[in-house]
Ligand binder design. Structure first.
Ligand code: ADP
Length: 398
């Protein structure tokens, strides 16, 4: 079975084609600058990458180009588009209705339209991508996999904010949680690698990338997570502030005469590592600056590590224990320094890492960095959201 996974952004469309029998990626790539020019990069394992600039007015043209490259005589990997058995779509937000991966139909798209006001950035492009696929592949089953659905069993006292209750009932203000597909994948993979039944494990998964979130996974179910109503809540990120005292917002808006949109832009795009350092949102640059003595970069790393540490402590308390701590995504998988800073002085909680293993880890595979005698296992587990989407799609269309 061949499954195409689509991740549509407002001006981009990423794709991966999986051969599910072999568990392999046959091809992957992405279109950029849709609606404002256009380009594509198409990759096939073992071949040179293929890139070109091409006019892509809408997501329809982008998808058509993807299909023509996948079936191309030189760059293609399948002989015809009819070889694709199903399409899986990455959808950030399923609202309160879609609590698990679901077949894409009119009812689903109509519902997602109704929650665009609470998902204005990611909702419209995901809908565009699904509509384009339905038009171009009307006979191929399509599945939507939601980032929020992993959190559908979180208890109300963990997702209701202490605000007037009508904000929840009338305005849909609650914690939803994000990155669920990644947390679900790494928690399952970790249990598999450890040869344990996930039902017997209390885990904390730290997805640390440009956007970062931390999730408590008890017995395979997410019981709490750091992101909330939007992916803004939680720890400091590349350009997002994470949680702050909410009163800062009206105070600074009045003081600096900032509009709601400008304020939102500051919180989303000008804060986090970039805001603190004034240099970069990229962890690598902040680390290099800190190592060469930049005090604000040093401070940013401490703020990040302390934020992660506080969530680990809180989630261990909520779960009444902890068996495994997992690091994943760009920073979690690649940056030994943040893992070291986070796990430092956590012996009381049973967390001790082997600094040698942490520094000399093998990239791209699950890797155990636990110090001998540590009560809690500490693992690096590469995430693979696209493969998780392909697996859900396969199980729904089978
Ligand atoms: P996104 O949230 O956009 O998917 P990533 O998960 O790729 O982001 O994470 C981006 C962050 O991870 C950056 O801050 C970057 O410094 C770091 N990162 C990504 N890849 C590497 C790498 N190979 N080595 C070191 N740091 C990396």
């Amino acid at each position: 079975m061949k499954i195409l996974v689509i991740n549509a952004g407002s001006s981009s469309l990423k794709y991966q084609l999986f051969d599910m029998e072999k568990g392999e990626v046959m091809s992957k790539g992405g279109c950029e600058r849709i609606g404002a020019g256009g380009s594509i990069t198409h990759k096939v394992p073992g071949q040179e990458n293929y890139s070109m600039d091409v006019d892509l007015p809408t997501h329809d043209e982008a998808l058509q180009l993807v299909f023509s490259l996948l079936t191309d005589k030189v760059h293609g990997v399948i002989s015809g588009i009819d070889e694709i058995s199903a399409v899986g779509h990455r959808v950030a937000h399923g609202g309160e209705k879609y609590t698990k991966s679901s077949r894409v139909d009119k009812e689903l798209i109509d519902y997602l339209e109704t929650i665009v006001p609470i998902n204005p950035l990611h909702g419209p492009p995901a809908i565009l991508g699904m509509r384009a696929c339905l038009r171009l592949l009307p006979n191929v089953p399509q599945v939507a996999v939601f980032d929020t659905s992993f959190y559908s069993e979180i208890e109300d006292y963990r997702y209701i904010y202490a605000l007037p209750y009508e904000y929840y009932t009338e305005d849909k203000i609650r914690r939803y949680g994000f990155h669920g597909t990644s947390h679900r994948y790494v928690s399952q993979k970790t249990a598999e690698v450890l040869g344990k039944d996930i039902k017997d494990l209390k885990m904390i998964t730290c997805h640390l990338g440009n956007g970062s979130s931390i999730t408590a996974v008890d017995g395979g179910k997410a019981i709490d997570t750091s992101m909330g109503f939007t992916p803004q809540e939680g720890i400091a990120m590349g350009t997002r502030s994470g949680s702050i005292d909410p009163t800062i917002i009206p105070y600074i808006m009045k003081k600096r005469n900032i509009s709601p949109d400008e304020m939102s832009d500051v919180l989303n795009k000008k804060s986090g590592l970039l805001g603190i350092t004034g240099l970069s949102n990229d962890f690598r640059n902040c680390l290099a600056a800190a190592q060469s003595g930049n005090k604000r970069a040093e401070l940013a790393l401490k703020i990040l590590a302390n934020g992660i540490k506080k969530h680990i402590g809180a989630y261990a308390a909520e779960m009444n224990g902890l068996d495994v701590l997992v690091f994943t995504a760009g920073i979690g998988e690649n940056q030994s320094e943040i893992r070291r800073m986070t796990c430092e002085n956590m012996e009381w909680l049973g967390i001790e890492i082997d600094n040698d293993k942490n520094d000399n880890f093998t990239r791209g595979v699950p890797f155990d960095i636990t110090k001998e005698g540590s009560k809690v296992k500490v693992m690096i587990v590469p995430t693979d959201e696209e493969y998780m989407i392909a697996l859900d799609t396969q199980s729904l269309v089978k």
